[in-house]
Every structure is written in C-alpha cells, then in structure tokens.
Design a binder for this molecule. Sequence first.
Ligand code: UDX
Length: 436
Amino acid sequence: MRISVIGCGYLGAVHAAAMASIGHEVVGVDIDERKIAELAAGRAPFFEPDLQQILEDGIGSGRLSFTTDIAAVRGAAVHFIGVGTPQQEGGYAADLTYVDAAVDALIPHLRPGDIVAGKSTVPVGTAARLADGIERAGATLVWNPEFLREGWAVQDTIDPDRLVAGVPAGASGEHAAEVLREVYHTAVAKKTPFIVTDYATAELVKVAANAFLATKISFINAMAEIAEVTGADVTQLADAIGHDVRIGRRFLGAGIGFGGGCLPKDIRAFSARAEELGRGESVSFLREVDAINMRRRDRAVELVVAALGGSVFGRRVAVLGAAFKPHSDDVRDSPALDVAVRLKGLGCDVVVTDPAAVPNAARIHPQLTYADDLDDALRGADAVIVVTEWDEYRRHLTPEHAASLVAGRIVVDGRNCLDAAAWRESGWSYHGMGRP
Ligand code: UDX
C-alpha cells in the first residue's frame, strides 16, 4: 500500500520506517529540512532502538523516502498525521498549530477515496472539527491514536497491544476501518485487538490511558510520601499490592516521578479540555497527580541536601542520568535533568552524565557540567544521585567501583533501582525514595 506520513518527529519517523518494514511504500514529509536530510540519508535523528536498522533497510529497499515537499503525498492511499501537539506557551492546553497546518497543507493534495489517519494526541473534539475539510475533498478521516513507548517505539508500532480506529458513522467509516486493517496487516494477522469506535472515544482512549498511567505513578509516589514519615518501605509495599492482579506491579515504581514528551503535557491538556467542556471537576484529580509528581523532584533534592549536612553549596554531586527514562536520549520535561538544575541552583557543583542524553541535555542546559564517562562523573564527588535507571547504573556499576572514585560515600537512589543492602554493605550511606 502507498502511505504518507506527515510529521517526522518521534512518532512520525518511527511510524514511517515501521510501515516500510512491513512492506508498504512510504513517504515521510516534514517542514524541518535538517531532520529530513538526516532521515533521507538513513540516519535516525534521535536515539531509539532498532530505528536505525529499519530506516536503512527501508531506504535500501526503495520503499521508504523522505521529503519536505508536501506534494509528494499524492498517490498515497492513507495519509498519517504524526505532528506534535506540545503544551501551549503560558497555558495547559495543547497547541494544535502543527496539526491544523498539516491538515491544511494536505487537503489540496487529497484524492477522493483517500484516508487521512490522525495519530497525534489531540484534545477530544479535534477530529470532528477537522473532518469537514477532509470530507469536502472526498477523503475520510479516521483517528488512530498511538500508544508507543519511547525506547520500545519500533516494537510498539509493529506489534502494538491494541489498535484503535475512530471513524465516522456509515459506509465511509466502515471502509476506512477496513483500509486500516490492511495497513496493519501483520498485527491484524496476530489477532491484535482492533477497536473500531467514534472519533471522541478514540481521542479519549489515548488521553485516558496516559492519565491512568500518570495517576498510577503518582499514587505510589503519594504512598512514598507516607512511607517517608512512618518508616515504611514503598518498594515492598508496591511488590505486595502489585501481586493483586487487579492492581499489577507495573507503573508502581516510586521515585522522582514521570516526565517526557507525553505524560506531563497530556494530563495538563486533558485538564484544560475538561474545563472547556464544563467538566473540569471530573478530572480535577489530575492537578493533584501533577502536584505529587513535581513534589518528588523537591524531595530528591532535599535528600541530597540533608545527606550533605544541610547545604550543597560548593559540594560536588554526580548526577547519574539526564534522560526522562532509560533507553532514550529524550530530555523533554525530564525529572532527572530538573533535579540537576535544582541542585545547581543551590550552588552545588553538579556533574551530569548519561549514556545517551548528554548532547540533548547540554543544548537546553548549557550551564551544567557534563561528563560523557561515568567514572569521570564519579571522580571526587561528595555524593551521587541516580535519577535515570539505566542498566549502566542499576546493574553494571558496583558500589565497590564507585567507592574507589568518589570523595564521599553518599548515594541517593532517585529511582529505587539500586540494591540498597549491597551499597550499605560497601560502606555507603544509602537514601532511597520512600524507603527507610
Ligand atoms: C508514555 C506511555 O507509556 C505511552 O503509552 C504513550 O504513548 C506515550 O507516553 P513514554 O513517555 O515513552 O510513554 O514513557 P513511559 O515509559 O510511560 O514513562 C513515563 C515516565 O514515567 C518516565 O519518566 C518514567 O521514568 C516514569 N515512570 C514510569 C515512573 O516514574 N514509575 C514507573 O513505575 C513507570
């Protein structure tokens, strides 16, 4: 099938390459010339496992191409919209400028019978608003949200746990759902759940899923706050409640909280949209979820300050991690980087290291000191804080090796990912999040 993908950021670039990898002929379009030049040369513009390989394969096979010329979408049967919907400047709502611009640019090139598939995360009601102009061109709009996790984006796109298609009522909607089944033929052959619904439900599935995940993380972090004043251990608590299959252990990792390009902005945009709909109170708990999440960053800083005797001024602290999560070089709304910035603001001599995210972090926070090498970051540090649970810190770094480099054996485990007993046995003063 011939497919176009408009917007070649995280979502679009992965989607384009993944669609080519399952046999489609794909053109990716973006207005960012630098990004398109990278992709066209077969280079992944960001770190994402397997992306490099499927890009090279797609371009090598001749089935995958990239351009800044929107006219190249002509002839594709399905046009995916994968542009960003960032948080508005000075507000909580989503900024739909890029979605609107992409649809406006696409419409003159649509042919009757084409399918436009929206993948961007949008406020409920957006698809209904966009459908008119697309239908006037004889095409049909479907809303097909994406649930990919960074670090697993390629796998999640090719082999998702569910597919959702919001379609208009009637024959055009049924046809559009059929076409999407052909697009996702490999997942459909594996009997992946395929939910066909209306626009509003499809849009809400995405924001509801992210709101639930954010709430789950803030729930366990709220328990961590209670654990901190009672001497309980939140990790054992999470293990114990996680055995209940109705609860489940995943996303009960207490620590410095969630960040990234999705969860924070999606719950804020959801709150803003609910307010517009006169139902702000229905999701008012999301404000609390956000507040709990932000408090965890303060808590991590407090732990470092307390461990260093009440002040970090002039003290050297090794910050292990900058990415918002491991297997990613993404530092958007990264709690890890935020903790580093806050420590720096207190006069602390921070040295930040990360296996993948140092270049991105240095671009937005040039005031911090960075070390590419873990040992260089640790050397001479008065304290160490782990803020992204990379295997490099969680599994490969031994307390003995770290002790041979640092000036002071103080470790704050911002992700509760270290073996506390092993670090203590090696003479370290270990401080977890919500742990005695
Ligand atoms: C998320 C959703 O999981 C995905 O389905 C959606 O499509 C996009 O948003 P992603 O942003 O890649 O994906 O990250 P995710 O793995 O969900 O982690 C989000 C944040 O929560 C990270 O900062 C992570 O460190 C944090 N987290 C996750 C916790 O603090 N505790 C946990 O137990 C799990």
